[in-house]
Ligand binder design. Sequence first.
Ligand SMILES: CC(C)(COP(=O)(O)OP(=O)(O)OC[C@H]1O[C@@H](n2cnc3c(N)ncnc32)[C@H](O)[C@@H]1OP(=O)(O)O)[C@@H](O)C(=O)NCCC(=O)NCCS
Length: 183
Amino acid sequence: MNLITKRLQLREWRDADREPFAEISADPAVMEFLIPLQREKALGEWIDNQINHMQAHGFCFWAVERKEDGIFIGTVGLRKVGYEAFFTPAVEIGWRIARPFWGLGYAPEAAQACLQFGFDTLNLSEIIAITVPSNLKSRRVMSKLGMAYNPNEDFDHPLVPKGHYLRRHVLYRLLRDQWQNNN
Ligand SMILES: CC(C)(COP(=O)(O)OP(=O)(O)OC[C@H]1O[C@@H](n2cnc3c(N)ncnc32)[C@H](O)[C@@H]1OP(=O)(O)O)[C@@H](O)C(=O)NCCC(=O)NCCS
């Protein structure tokens, strides 16, 4: 299942994406607000998990390619939240774009296609997004997508160790009805 936007193609993963994905995940600017991802895991397990998620559920964090030149620029997509929290079960939207391609609106463009797929095709009633409070770029994308933030729903991520500086998270929500009203 591929999703097409004006400038991008969200497609299934290829082995040729593994090295560039590992490079993106080794960039300290990209990973500033993310738990480090070992090179071996970026090359193997992380992408394998997306492929398995696609087979199991029909969606995942897709590989994102720029249409004009076929360059792999990162990943944007949907996945089932893999831990228990007050807002689960839930499907989350997320993104990771290579540094040279920031600021061009690629993440929101790809994310809009994911929201449309999630609401119109998967018939989800809500899609959420999470990040750490200081990740303003990611929060900006959430806002641009029309997602709503409630400070009363800040939470400690159960998979991040107690005391870790990335443990506290913010939660953004988007209901299908809200999204359909805005689009
Ligand atoms: C968050 C991210 C996906 C945004 O992707 P993007 O395609 O650049 O999105 P946009 O072009 O809409 O830019 C979003 C905001 O980032 C900021 N930004 C854009 N380019 C930037 C740059 N070169 N340097 C610093 N900030 C920049 C701006 O505030 C922008 O908001 P604006 O459009 O109102 O000016 C990208 O920055 C990224 O991959 N970050 C690292 C991974 C990450 O944190 N993922 C989210 C985990 S929850």
